[in-house]
Write a protein that binds this ligand. Structure first.
Ligand code: NAD
Ligand code: UGA
Length: 335
């Protein structure tokens, strides 16, 4: 395998790059250090790759560029596999004028990358899609999710399946779904061997600073207030980053072109349960501030991973509390 990773300086991209390089794989990574969060954290993510991977085996090459501004044909010429992780993340920030960035970095960049793959010998392009493509599962003919009284009717056991409805509740989810459709179109029309993975809320060392566990653990450590959105009874199927990386590599080697797979950790909990775990992991008592629900947040996520288990051999390995402890250890001394 000769890999191209887009978004290599990010949380998931840098973790994937390290795994591949440690396995002896030749990796080219690109990233434009977008300003969604600090360049310093992204440079720290690349530190091991820059300091450890040296001649005579220069298996990691980094190029600072935007996908849209680079010569993709040259970049792809000697690559066999593409991991497309670059994008503008974050569900709650995708409203208003910022949608411009989501359109260009999530939709347009993906289309340009797919177009550049046409006629090449790329064996797989694995796209980082999202559980945000689903949206909320409501009974038929009900009010929009923002007005729905969840406590009355919610069904907590409904796992999301890849062939179920996709009705995103955030502009971010719309952009991720559009890019997923582009992957399918370039597969069916131009034989680009794309595989999409719908990640369910990823956590672990290097997690983005806007994400819940990063914010909660840091606030617990420093004694700052923790902002709790909504009633805290919303649930997530949190997924440890190493399990995501394993799934990405399996998708690149075993994924069926054109297929879409859910990748979820199988540890679905309420946000309030997470806060109790954080108290145990940090040994601190928390100062929780209720700030109301946020537009764009799904109420529940829970992945049906039958397809990934069957076709990719996916089997998540990380227990949530152990994973939280690993993220806390990283926050205390980033490595
Ligand atoms: P991240 O922000 O840490 O990483 C994304 C990287 O892409 C950043 O370093 C950014 O600088 C780079 N980038 C953005 N636009 C670019 C462009 N046009 N050209 C080149 N580089 C660009 O985010 P992450 O959490 O590691 O997420 C990686 C991918 O996985 C994203 O596409 C995200 O939508 C998707 N995803 C993440 C999660 C999660 O829970 N973290 C869940 C579902 C899907
Ligand atoms: C995450 C990522 O940020 C998206 O990039 C990704 O696409 C999405 O997962 C996904 O799975 O598709 P989210 O689930 O909102 O989105 O992840 P977190 O920011 O970690 O939030 C988790 C939960 O904590 C949410 O219910 C949120 O409402 C809650 N939260 C978050 C708070 O209560 N307070 C906060 O300060 C932050």
């Amino acid at each position: 395998m000769k890999a191209l990773i887009t978004g290599v300086a990010g949380f998931i991209g840098s973790t994937l790059a390290e795994r591949l390089v440690r396995e002896g794989i030749d990796v080219v990574g690109i990233d434009n250090f977008s300003d969604y969060y600090s360049r310093a954290q992204k440079e720290q993510n690349l530190k091991w790759l820059h300091t450890t991977v040296k001649e005579p085996w220069p298996r990691f090459r980094f190029i600072e560029t935007r996908i849209q501004d680079t010569d993709l044909a040259t970049l792809l010429a000697d690559r066999t596999h593409v991991f497309h992780l670059a994008g503008q993340p974050g569900v709650r920030k995708s409203w208003g004028r910022d949608f411009d960035i989501y359109t260009s970095d999530n939709i347009q960049a993906t289309q340009m990358l797919l177009d550049a793959c046409v006629g090449t010998s790329i064996e797989r392009l694995v796209y980082a899609s999202s559980s945000s493509v689903y949206g909320d599962v409501l009974p038929a003919n009900t009010a929009p999710p923002s007005a729905w009284n969840w406590a009355r009717t919610e069904s907590r056991d409904s796992r999301l399946r890849e062939d179920g409805p996709t009705r995103p509740v955030s502009p971010y989810g719309v952009s991720k779904l559009a890019a997923e459709h582009l992957c399918s179109l370039y597969h069916s029309n131009y034989d680009v061997p794309s595989v999409s993975l719908r990640f369910f809320t990823v956590y672990g060392p290097r997690q983005r600073p806007d994400m819940a566990f990063h914010k909660f653990l840091l606030a617990a450590h420093t004694g700052q207030p923790i902002t709790l959105y909504g009633d805290g009874q919303q649930t997530r199927d949190f997924t440890y980053v190493d399990d995501i990386v394993t799934a990405l590599i399996s998708a690149a080697t075993r994924g069926v072109p054109g297929h879409v797979y859910n990748i979820g950790g199988g540890t679905r909990v309420t946000v309030r349960q997470v806060l109790h775990m954080i108290e145990r992991v940090t040994g601190k008592s928390l100062n929780i501030v209720d700030v109301g629900s946020q537009k764009g947040d799904m109420r529940h996520t829970y992945a049906d991973t039958t397809l990934a288990r069957t076709e990719l051999g996916f089997a998540p390995t990380m227990d949530l509390e152990r994973g939280l402890a690993a993220e806390y250890a990283w926050l205390l001394s980033p490595a």
